[in-house]
Design a binder for this molecule. Structure first.
Ligand SMILES: NC(=O)C1=CN([C@@H]2O[C@H](COP(=O)(O)OP(=O)(O)OC[C@H]3O[C@@H](n4cnc5c(N)ncnc54)[C@H](O)[C@@H]3O)[C@@H](O)[C@H]2O)C=CC1
Ligand SMILES: O=C(O)C(=O)C[C@H](O)C(=O)CO
Length: 266
């Protein structure tokens, strides 16, 4: 099945980071359903990456798995170079992979801060530095970074993670401004509470689930699949006039949030 018309991604090739699980896997498969070929990035999950590749091939698209640890300095540059060399130009970059280590600010270690900065912020800029020029040359490209509603909801135990989601948004908007006239659109999709591998233990606690659901106007936690449609819009010609945007996918959770609202405990 391929999404047709203005949502079609036929003939496009996408690199999706963290495409072995959760939101990244759902987005990767959505892109493939709409006609894109894939480069499936993962870290330490051969089985998950192969599963995404097999499911992509079952949709009639090609898929190749690549591995990189973005907490390691130089890994993003190496990956981008290898991808261009071995898999050809990338039309669509989905920067989805991220680490989230929660701890009180008073317990933060320098190495933890550095790991977050390298994986969640530097890797986006370094992937973009290599992958954007060929997009600009061909006059068409899309970058979607996966943000978080936490960027606008600062809380002490996610101070590094949330700050970097804010920084990522600013970076995307800065670059979007520069490449907009060259056919390259760059946006952020910001999920709210989405049930995935990273938080399955928290959601196993019924009290946690109830607390989260009570704050969401749509009344349920999100599913990875909820993030797919907005990304397809931004990656296709249907989204040709959208750049530098930040689209929340949070069941309405952020409606009425004041900047700096720290009252959400889920
Ligand atoms: N699940 C949620 O409620 C929310 C998730 N997000 C964002 O969505 C994105 C995906 O998260 P989920 O699907 O929930 O989590 P997940 O844990 O299923 O996926 C994270 C992916 O990142 C990759 N990854 C982890 N450490 C890495 C490293 N050091 N180097 C390279 N890749 C690494 C893994 O391959 C994994 O597939 C992340 O950017 C996260 O910040 C944002 C808001 C809410
Ligand atoms: O991981 C993020 O980023 C989040 O936004 C997490 C959720 O909002 C959350 O903490 C509730 O499950």
């Amino acid at each position: 099945m391929t999404g047709g018309g203005r949502f079609s991604l036929a003939g496009r090739k996408a690199l999706v980071t963290g495409a072995n699980s959760g939101i990244g896997r759902a987005i990767a498969l959505g892109l493939a359903e709409s006609g894109a070929d894939l480069v499936v990035h993962h870290l330490g999950d051969d089985e998950g990456a192969l599963d995404t590749c097999r499911r992509t091939e079952a949709l009639g698209r090609s898929a190749h798995a690549v591995e990189a640890d973005f907490t390691v300095s130089g890994a993003a540059v190496l990956l981008a170079g290898t991808v261009l060399e071995e898999h050809g130009n990338i039309d669509i970059l989905i920067a989805n992979a991220a680490i989230e280590r929660r701890s009180q600010w008073s317990a933060l270690s320098e190495s933890d801060i550095e790991a977050h900065v390298t994986a969640n912020f530097s890797s986006l800029l370094l992937l973009a530095r290599t992958l954007l020029p060929p997009m600009i040359e061909r006059g068409w490209g899309r970058v979607v970074a996966i943000g978080s509603v936490l960027a606008a909801r600062p809380r002490a135990e996610t101070v590094v993670y949330a700050s970097l989601k804010s920084a990522q948004l600013t970076a995307i908007r800065a670059l979007a401004r520069d490449v907009g006239a060259k056919g390259v659109n760059m946006n952020v999709v910001s999920p709210g509470a989405i049930e995935t591998e990273r938080n399955s233990e928290r959601y196993a606690d019924p009290a946690f689930r109830r607390a989260v659901e009570a704050k969401i106007p749509i009344g349920r936690a999100g599913r990875p699949d909820d993030c797919v449609g907005p990304v397809l819009l931004l990656c296709s010609d249907a989204g040709a006039y959208i750049t530098g945007a930040n689209i929340p996918v949070d069941g309405g959770w952020s409606i009425g949030d004041a900047p700096g609202n720290a009252g959400v405990t889920a």
